[in-house]
Design a protein around this ligand. Sequence first.
Ligand code: HEM
Length: 508
Amino acid sequence: MAPWLIAFLACLLAYFWKCKTSKPKSFPPGPARYPILGSAMSLQNPKTKKPELFYGIRKLQQEYGSIFGFYLGNQSAVAITKFEDIKEILSKSETAHRPPVIGLAAKPGKFTAQEVDPELNKDNPPGIILSNGRYWSEQRRFMLKTLREFGFGKSSMEAGIQEDVKMLIDHLALRAGKPTEIGESLNIAIINSLWSILVGEKLKLNDPKLEMVVKATNDLITSEGPTGLIANLLPHKSMIYWPFFKQVSGYSLIESIMKKLEAFMLPYIENHQNSDSYIDEMLREIAKTTDKTSSFYGERGQFALINNVIDLFMAGVETTSSSLLWSFLYLLHYPECQAKIQEELDRVCGSNRLPNLDDKPSLHYTNAFLQESLRLTCFVPLSVFHFTSEDVTVHGYVIPEKTMVIPSLYHVMHDPDHFPEPGLFKPDRFLDENGHFMANERVIPFGVGRRICLGKSLAEKELFLFFTGILQRFSVLNVPGVTPPPFGIDFPMPGIVRNVPRFQLVLQ
Ligand code: HEM
């Protein structure tokens, strides 16, 4: 080979190496960046020998402090772990975005968010959770307004949820006295509750449609899919559509689930009844929208509707039912807490009616138990990732434009300065000297800021009503001779949520 060609290739290689290993000026401290892999080596969990984000972020926080930067493949990312910083950074409009989603084509009507906001939604799908800009703000505003009108976040929704609680109690009573797993029943009851708000129809708990939706959303939320590490390490986004990567990244699974959910939704949209439900309200909005650039316009609006409902299933079912299930696991570990809750329920609510939201302020210990359960579980420990549309400065560091922002809710809720012995389950930390419940603003399982969980108030009501309703009726006991699984934070986490280990219990 001619010497000049060797020199040229060496220069090219050196240039490529420099581009792919350098970091922007004032980027937060963090591990080295390498071509293609980014900082994957530093996220490696020695137990599983795989890069794992939740594990890696806990390790890097110890090495680099409360704000640190690293690379997922070619994508820059900054993790923030202190409450004050998370609150400040997530209150800015520059961070109220989601990162590009690799494998965007898995969602129905894939490019319809992009039509509204070509720059901010270049690689983002329609729906609420992953879209940005005008598309997202129009859809989020409308969804919040409509759901509030139907009682979302108001006590008027209580009666509907209580009906679901009663149905669930009757369903569980058939299995009383025997070892049983209750996860799927909780899931179905929660999805039914959401379904009736969205469509105005209450289904029987054994309706196969509910089972299908539960299974689909469960698979969606637990798979890493196109947002997982494998997808992020691909040198080019379009490689996710290559058959091999489609399979190993989980893209194929996501695509088939989306198709199933779309097929499930379509008949409800086509045969809507003009009643009072989210779907009907949204269809009316689509029908009256004449602005061609709006996210509600024509077919684009219909895809927004389908994707919003899919997103609510994804965001609202597994999160709530698993949070409940974690609470039952803690009950098995701490029977003395259960005795206190049941004494309180007997004293405040008696046994002739279900506990209701008016009882909540008087149920101090129960509130403390539920708060501790949400804190310790930390179900979405790294929240849902955000993305910057402009440079953001924090403590002299610059989080550059187009960087993934990862708010570690785990570090806030497990901060030993505010929650001594954070790995222990201690509801008393939320009680004052008179035994009165004290909420703590640092318990942020629903995130904070502009993209805070849209279903927070519904979830809080559901958790309270289902938990108290079940405990008023049943005692939750260990299967004789069986130790319940441990609840430590190191339980493997394949997706973005902390799924509860499988366990059986006895309802007495
Ligand atoms: C215990 C139950 C729940 C937990 C722990 C939870 C947690 C979260 C978290 C951490 C986020 C991300 C916030 C951020 O990006 O900063 C989120 C977003 C979201 N949640 Fe929840 N959630 C729960 C229940 C629900 C329910 C019941 C619904 C609706 C039915 C819901 C709908 C949503 C939606 C639509 C978003 C995306 C908001 C946006 O991007 O603008 N969630 N949730």
